[in-house]
Write a protein that binds this ligand. Structure first.
Ligand code: 3HC
Ligand code: NAI
Length: 691
């Protein structure tokens, strides 16, 4: 079946793209479009063209699957140029999302009509590339430069009404967009209106500081990323060059960037997220959650309740302590109030959300819930008791979930009446902000229930990844190995600032010790205590954390942890911590040595990767995509490096194994023995992604 169809509507040719799922401009589309436009131009009966798409969306971009492969003619840029230069008026009819090459295609048309729910944007930099088909040169002529540069650089999308205000869209309709576009084309003919080509407009002038300010902003928001800076350079250059020069320059830069390591990493992150959040083995079902129960209104329960409220789902929030319950409701209200003050939320929406919240001190109201999630204290017996109480009131078809961080959900489920409906939903703190959600399948969870919580995760705006039961599931389990090495390195000669700097320079938003300070050293310490009878002798003796807690250093919240913090939580190195670490080493007779940055990085990353291999082998994660999605979305692994397992493939698994063996001889094989899967893959020069 052809991906392009042309239908004659009187003197107007309706050219439609039908390339599911998102009408990407694959080679067939580009060729088909070129042919269809040439045919329309040479057909004397046709006086105007409407370009539209079938399915859910206008073109959502170039076909990312073609990236990095040898280019095939015609290039999208050429097709768009031809459309723009055509002598008959062309109107784009936009619905869904016009993204990347899709928006560029729409900009090449002479007029644009958009559905009121449509969104437009140039998100290429989120894939490590830049708009390569004329988007920069055209938008710099059409839209206010501040908006255009923001859109290129950050990938920000705009709504139809914003596009109308910016002069990017000519007409917004709430009904049939194709019919509206045909009507506009007919009016153009009737009134003999001129063809408007972006290329014929002058570049809009901007404040000279626009570009330098954006570069500075991007240094912070998109640290180390090449594409956002490149796009600002290209946008600035449009100011002094002609249209064709700008178009050619963008094409050259696109070609360079599309094969860069950063673009490969970003593409992996994009596809991995789609694979990880839609596991093929689970049924695609509706979540069916209209009424949710949250038990425990502490830190996590409060945030989880907000997730449901934000998604328009009614919440019964159950707490045992009246004061805590009151404080939780106030926190939720305060958070929304702040959003209203920042203009991100309207007052009526805030009120509507608050009305969906039903705080209570009893479990009775849970009888109407489709799903109940507990977020009470991290204690096996408390969890079992709470789940028994929940089960005694909920309907037989209700899902019962636990937000436990580390407890064995199989054990929790075995104590329940109906283990098939027991699952984990591991939210990350702050739950209403963090996008990652580890959904946990317990041994007896039914596929239907698992399918429902995956779908619920998406409804909540999360990145839900299904994982198996394991100590710390996937994310925290790998993190604990990295943390172990970081603490060992403090004993061996590194200081917190050095370790954190290395991780930061690699691209993490913060290092291990900064993260510990943020989350609270008491939390890390309690976690250590809960497993103290299971850890190795060396880990037991590595007691710097215990000493920090003894000196009442709980992290940011107490003004001191690994670092010292002022009222604004600005961080400075604390000589007291340096002394504490040095004294700890002396007392224990440890010999200090210089640890170079490469060793720090390798020990952090390879400890994680090795554990990731075990996680895959045990089936706790089914695919490397799941691990990478978890680390990118929950722990700030730099997206442009594609995730830890992708990064390992990039380094080469033979090298990873060799370095793990090296650290085995240095630190001890208890901690450093290559995972069997890693060894097997390395032996055949394989990778996690090419298993
Ligand atoms: N190329 C190829 N496949 C794409 C694609 C693209 N541009 N965009 C989406 N897909 C695929 C997805 O991989 C997924 O496939 P699957 O079902 O096999 O997993 C399917 O389309 C549906 O995608 P989503 O699951 O993401 O569906 P949503 O409805 O949640 O989101 C979307 C739709 C908003 C379009 C989202 O997919 C998206 O943001 N896509 C990327 C858009 C983009 O970045 N475009 C710019 C591309 S670069 C470019 O155009 C260069 C140009 O300047 C030359
Ligand atoms: P918290 O101590 O802030 O909140 C727990 C709340 O549960 C308290 O308000 C307590 O009064 C309430 N509670 C206890 N027993 C109850 C009962 N029988 N009925 C009703 N309410 C009861 O704890 P936090 O940090 O919110 O953690 C909750 C759970 O979430 C734990 O399992 C924890 O491991 C997990 N978790 C915590 C994360 C974090 O960063 N804090 C991250 C992810 C998961």
């Amino acid at each position: 079946m052809s991906v392009i169809t042309t239908t004659e509507r009187g003197q107007i040719a309706l050219i439609q793209i039908d390339n599911p799922p998102v009408n990407a401009t694959s080679i067939d589309v580009r060729r088909g479009l070129q042919e269809a436009f040439r045919a329309a131009m040479s057909n004397d009966a046709i006086r105007a063209v409407v370009l539209a798409c079938k399915g859910n969306t206008f073109v959502a971009g170039a076909d990312i699957k073609e990236f990095g492969k040898p280019p095939q003619d015609p290039h999208l840029s050429e097709v768009i140029n031809e459309i723009e230069l055509s002598s008959k008026p062309v109107v784009a009819a936009i619905h869904g999302t016009a993204l990347g090459g899709g928006m560029e295609l729409a900009l090449g048309c002479h007029y644009r009509v958009a559905d009121s729910k449509a969104r437009l944007g140039l998100p290429e930099t989120t894939l490590g590339v830049i708009p390569g088909a004329g988007g920069i040169a055209r938008l710099m002529r059409l839209a206010p430069p501040e908006l255009a540069v923001d859109m290129f650089a950050t990938g920000k999308l705009i709504t139809s009404s914003e596009a109308v205000s910016a002069g990017v869209v000519d007409e917004m309709v709430s009904g049939e967009v194709v019919e509206a576009a045909i009507a506009l084309a007919a009016r153009l003919l009737l009134d003999n209106l001129a063809i408007r080509r972006c290329r014929e407009l002058p570049v809009r002038t901007s404040e000279p500081s626009l570009f330098s300010e954006m570069r500075e902003r991007l240094k912070r928001s998109h640290r180390s990323q090449v594409a956002p800076q490149a796009v600002v350079d290209l946008a600035q250059a449009t100011q002094g060059e002609d249209f064709d020069t700008s178009i050619a320059a963008a094409r050259v830069r696109f070609r360079e960037l599309v094969i860069s390591e950063q673009a490969k990493g970003m593409r992996n992150a994009f596809f991995a997220e789609r694979v990880a959040t839609q596991p093929s083995e689970l049924p695609r079902v509706d979540h069916g959650v209209r009424d949710a129960g949250v038990v425990g209104a502490g830190t996590m329960g409060t945030g989880i309740a907000m997730c449901f409220l934000n998604a328009g789902i009614h919440v019964d929030l159950v707490e045992q302590d009246e004061k805590v319950l009151f404080a939780s409701v106030e926190t939720i209200r305060k958070n929304y109030r702040r959003e209203v003050e920042k203009g991100r939320l309207t007052e009526p929406t805030m009120n509507a959300r608050m009305e969906l919240l039903q705080p209570t001190l009893t479990y009775d109201s849970l009888s109407s819930c489709d799903l109940v999630i507990e977020a009470v204290f991290e204690d096996m017996q408390v969890k079992k008791d709470v789940l028994a109480r929940i089960e005694s009131v909920v309907r037989p078809d209700a899902i019962v979930a636990t937000n436990t961080s580390y407890l064995n959900i199989d054990e929790i489920a075995m104590a329940c009446q109906a283990p098939e409906r027991i699952v984990g939903m591991h939210f990350f703190s702050p739950a209403h902000i963090m996008r990652l959600l580890e959904n946990v399948r317990a041994r007896h969870s039914s596929p239907q229930v698992l399918g429902r919580i995956q779908s619920l995760g998406k409804k909540l705006g999360k990145v839900p990844v299904m994982v198996g039961v394991s100590d710390g599931f996937v994310g925290n389990r790998m993190l604990s190995k990295r943390a172990r090495e970081c603490y060992f390195m403090l004993e061996e000669g590194a200081m917190p600032e050095q370790v954190d700097r290395v991780l930061y320079e690699f691209g993490f938003p913060m290092g291990q010790f900064q993260m510990n300070d943020l989350a609270g050293l008491d939390v890390a310490w309690r976690n250590r205590q809960s497993r103290i009878d299971r850890i190795t002798k060396r880990e037991l003796e590595c007691n710097i954390l215990d000493e920090l807690i003894e000196s009442k250093r709980f992290g940011q919240k107490s003004g001191a942890g690994f670092y010292r913090y002022d009222e604004q939580r600005n961080r400075t190195t604390d000589p007291e911590v340096t002394q504490l670490i040095l004294r700890n080493r002396d007392r224990r007779g440890l010999v200090r040595r210089e640890i170079d940055d490469q060793e720090i990085l390798e020990r952090c990353l390879f400890a994680m990767i090795n554990e990731g291999a075990r996680i895959l082998e045990e089936g706790v994660a089914s695919r490397p995509e799941e691990i990478d999605t978890i680390w990118i979305n929950g722990y700030g692994f730099p997206k442009y490096r594609g995730g830890p397992m992708f990064y390992a493939d990039h380094i080469g698994l033979r090298i990873v194994v060799e370095r793990i063996r090296h650290y085995g001889s240095q630190v001890g094989s208890v901690f450093w023995t290559p995972a069997p899967l890693l060894e097997r893959l390395a032996d055949v020069d394989g990778g996690f992604y090419s298993r």
